[in-house]
Write a protein that binds this ligand. Structure first.
Ligand SMILES: [Zn+2]
Length: 211
């Protein structure tokens, strides 16, 4: 219901698209897959998000639904976040970032992409949206704080577009197949990122060799 309401009010280009959404156990908070050209979209959310406040869940869904609408390999996570904000969903995105412990931007690939943190999302909000966000945080009894929040290597989300391009936690991997239900892990080192699917190393990206 949340997904169909979101399409109706904020993603008109997705209204007539077959979009399946379901809950499952994932190694990230969410996973979205779409075909190229965009025909079928499948969205899966991890069951941990069932316990979130609905506003935070809406923020997660907004980020995911923006992925196929933005469909770019460069700075995909940042553009996806900005797209959700432009559609008037920034308040929800801010609530999601607080819930997932992302107070500050989560920079990936030495600054090549980033997930906007709560602080930055807030800067993009209109005055009216900022007031709405403050009212929401008041209601949830949340005081946003950068203290005590450690940015773990938890993968925020996985977006898999039509041309075998996978964005895993903001890192781009070409030509990898990630079957639904696989366990996905990233090993982020100073100069490389390794992608493990079902405990097997399937791809390694050298950060310096990316263009
Ligand atoms: Zn994403």
């Amino acid at each position: 219901m949340l997904v169909s309401n979101l399409s109706r009010y904020a993603y008109p280009e997705l209204v007539d698209q077959p979009l399946r959404a379901k809950w499952s156990r994932l190694s990230s908070f969410a996973e979205i897959r779409w075909t190229n050209p965009r025909e079928a979209i499948s969205l899966v959310c991890d069951k941990t998000a069932q316990r979130w406040h609905q506003c935070a869940l809406l923020g997660l869904l907004a980020h995911e639904m923006s992925h196929p609408c933005v469909s770019t390999s460069r700075r995909a996570e940042e553009r996806t976040d900005l797209d959700a904000i432009e559609r008037g969903l920034g308040v929800y995105l801010a609530a999601e970032r607080i819930t997932t412990g992302r107070y500050r931007d989560q920079v990936v690939g030495r600054g090549r992409d980033r997930y906007l943190g709560y602080q930055t999302v807030r800067e993009y909000l209109t005055q009216h949206e900022t007031k709405q966000l403050d009212r929401l945080l008041d209601l949830l009894k949340i005081v946003p704080s950068s203290y005590g929040v450690s940015l773990t290597e938890t993968i925020h989300d996985t977006a898999i577009g039509g041309d075998c391009q996978a964005h895993v936690g903001g890192y781009v991997f070409q030509g990898v197949t990630i079957l639904p239900g696989s366990s996905v892990k990233l090993l982020v080192r100073e100069d490389s990122v390794a992608l493990y699917i079902d405990e097997k190393l399937v791809a390694k990206t050298h950060i310096d060799s990316q263009d």
